[in-house]
Structures are given as structure tokens and as C-alpha cells.
Write a protein that binds this ligand. Structure first.
Ligand SMILES: *Cc1c(COP(=O)(O)O)cnc(C)c1O
Length: 363
């Protein structure tokens, strides 16, 4: 925590705003929208998953539709597609960003249109904080007139040519889950440049109550609004977000400097114009066996590390879905490792991690 979170929570208690609305929610939304840039409207919600669910719903996704989805991501990106009765079509990654391959995206769109099913939306992800290929993905989306839902759950603080991630899609989403770069313990947000979409998200997330003195409903609603108590945590966290980005990037730079001399290990570099918050530092090793050796060596010293996301097209629950693959994400899954990346790691912590990795490389 940064220091001010508890003050904002106490304000909620002192004024008795213990509800899914109130001053902390409003101020948290304003702070995010100031951070993301002029013209952004933000609706604070109970989770990033809830934001994806409402986002897809507002982009018109419904029963029987197909939604194109990055395969190399956390399952929460794709689950809401299924909540809506739609089907994910998975797209593999490009080497440059590890995110959605523009080549495969266009191939998939052409293929689905040929089969008479035009995809309803494209869900692209800035994985581990690295922006996806925004220029090319946006061009393809525009060419075929398909809206983009931008999953920026891991990329608050990341930028593409100086513009903050979360603001590029037709709708963007953020997550404040406990593991993200800033947290409200649990929470999320929907980001849009259209005030009406923000208002509609708030309407849907508060049980879709029509204007009336009694409870009147013409739409199915959801209980997805953020609590005023946790929004207090969010206000405090926004004050130290830039420090967190600096700390995460410093972790990456430390690991890279210590390990770049070893040719069995490589890092994901920022292409020109890309700025990653380096939410997690990931390495790619020369083989599955080496990756496991490093992981187990760290584990023996009680240091947690984890293989990269398992691509969704390889997950049992999505095995019947159509996928356009090139082997990139599968290889990353087999040989990549997320290193300890917390904002509170000391130099001694980082040194013991790199010491153990070097030991595994040399033995
Ligand atoms: C964390 C995460 C989500 C979901 O956010 P929650 O707030 O945990 O529901 C969605 N997509 C990605 C890529 C994530 O990392």
C-alpha cells in the first residue's frame, strides 16, 4: 500500500458511505480518467472480468456470436464470451510483442466471413504489460468494421507512442485484483471515450433500474459496481501508480543486466514506441528442461516463479473452440518463466534470484 488508502477508507466509514456508490467511487474514477488522458470516461466495477462481460455485452455480443480472442492470456479474458452464449475463436501470438498476431487475425476474419459468420468483436490483450501491436490490430479491425475490446488488465501505466493503454479499444478494461500493478483487493474498470457508454455501464452494473420511484426494470441488470470502501484503496493506489511502474521496470532492468550475457536466456524487448509497465518480468529459456531446472532451483529456496500463461487454445475447457495457431504461444508456455516481480523486492531479493538462476545455468 502507498500510505493514504486507509485515510480514504476511514472517510467512507466516517460519512457512512458503505455502499456500491459514494465519493470514493467518483474520485477514484476521476483519478483514473485524469491518468489515462483527456476525453476518457471510467466506470469503476467489481472486477476486470465484470468489465469484460459488460464491455462485450455493450459491443453487441450475444448468443451464437463469435468473438475473436487472443489465445495467450489468462482465462478471464475469454470466460465472459462464454457467459454471453458466444464462442471464442482463438488467435496465436506474434514474436514481437507476444500478443495477438495481426497476420493470423486477418486470416481468421477472412476465414470466418467465408463461413458466413462475421466476428462480433476482437478481444486483444496487453499481456504482462507489453502493448499489443495497436497500429496493425486497429487497422484490421477498422478494415472489417469489427469493434475492439482492449484487455488492459495487466497494462495500467503502459503506453504506445506516449498514449496510455486502456484508451485504444472501442472499450477498454482495467483490473485492480490483488496481483495487479495496483490493487483495490478486487476491482476493475471499464474505459471509454463515450460518456453514454460509461452511463450505460453504470446502469447495467447497478441492476438496470429504470427511472421511477419504485423498482422498475426493462433490462436484465448485473450487480457489478465497485464498493465505496475498496474505491478508497484505489484512490490511495493511484497516488503511487507511477512509483509502482518505476519499481517494476527497475526489476526488469536488474534481471536483464544480470542475465543478458547468457545465451540460453532471452527477454521481451520494447519495440520502438512501446512502453511496458513490466508488470511481470518474464524470461524465455532455450528448452523446457532448462526452464524447469530454473523453476525448481528457485522453488527449493522457497522462491516462487511460474511458467508463462498456458494458451487458451490448449486449455481443456476451450478444446472445442476454433483456433488459428503458429506455435508461438505454445513455445513461450513451454520455455518461459515469470520471475518474482513484486514492487517491494529489495536488491538483495533480486540478487538471490539471479544468483540461483546463474547457478542453474552453469551446473
Ligand atoms: C487479471 C486479468 C483479468 C481479470 O481481472 P479480474 O479483476 O481478476 O477479474 C482479465 N484479463 C487479464 C489479462 C488479466 O490478467
Amino acid at each position: 500500500m502507498g500510505g493514504n488508502e486507509l485515510n480514504y477508507i476511514n472517510q467512507a466509514f466516517d460519512t457512512n458511505w458503505i455502499a456500491p456508490l459514494g465519493p470514493n467511487v467518483n474520485e477514484f474514477e476521476k483519478a483514473i480518467s485524469r491518468y489515462l488522458g483527456a476525453g476518457t470516461h471510467v466506470a469503476a466495477l467489481s472486477s476486470g472480468t465484470a468489465a469484460i462481460h459488460l464491455g462485450l455485452l455493450m459491443l453487441g455480443v450475444g448468443k451464437g456470436d463469435e468473438v475473436i480472442c487472443q489465445s495467450f492470456t489468462f482465462s478471464a479474458s475469454a470466460n465472459p464470451i462464454v457467459y454471453l452464449g458466444a464462442k471464442p475463436v482463438f488467435i496465436d501470438s506474434e514474436e514481437k510483442t507476444w500478443n495477438m498476431s495481426p497476420t493470423l487475425l486477418e486470416e481468421a476474419i477472412v476465414n470466418r466471413i467465408k463461413h458466413g459468420i462475421k466476428p462480433k468483436a476482437i478481444l486483444a490483450v496487453h499481456l504482462y504489460g507489453m502493448p499489443y501491436n495497436i497500429q496493425e490490430i486497429t487497422n484490421i479491425a477498422n478494415k472489417y468494421d469489427i469493434p475492439v475490446l482492449e484487455d488492459s488488465a495487466e497494462a495500467l501505466g503502459s503506453e504506445y507512442y506516449g498514449i496510455k493503454c486502456g484508451t485504444f479499444g472501442d472499450i477498454g478494461i482495467l483490473s485492480f485484483n490483488g496481483n495487479k500493478i495496483i490493487t483495490t483487493s478486487g476491482g476493475g474498470a471499464l474505459v471509454t471515450n463515450n460518456k453514454t457508454i460509461k452511463e450505460k455501464a453504470i446502469f447495467l452494473s447497478t441492476q438496470a433500474r429504470d427511472e421511477a420511484p419504485h423498482y422498475q426494470h426493462s433490462h436484465i441488470g448485473y450487480n457489478y459496481r465497485m464498493s465505496n470502501v475498496v474505491a478508497g484503496i484505489g484512490r490511495g493506489q493511484m497516488e503511487i501508480l507511477d512509483d509502482r511502474v518505476k519499481a517494476r521496470r527497475a526489476n526488469y532492468n536488474f534481471y536483464k543486466k544480470e542475465l543478458e550475457g547468457f545465451d540460453q536466456i532471452s527477454f521481451l524487448e520494447e519495440p520502438t514506441g512501446y512502453f511496458s509497465n513490466r508488470w511481470l518480468t518474464c524470461i524465455v529459456t532455450s528448452s523446457y528442461e532448462l526452464r524447469e531446472k530454473i523453476r525448481l532451483t528457485l522453488h527449493e529456496e522457497d522462491i516462487e516463479s511460474r511458467p508463462l500463461w498456458k494458451p487458451l487454445h490448449l486449455q481443456p475447457v476451450f478444446s472445442s473452440c476454433t483456433a488459428f495457431t503458429n506455435g508461438v504461444s505454445e513455445k513461450l508456455f513451454n520455455t518461459g518463466l515469470c520471475l518474482p516481480s513484486g514492487s517491494n523486492l529489495s536488491e538483495d531479493d533480486l540478487k538471490s534470484v539471479t544468483h540461483l538462476i546463474k547457478k542453474s545455468l552453469m551446473s
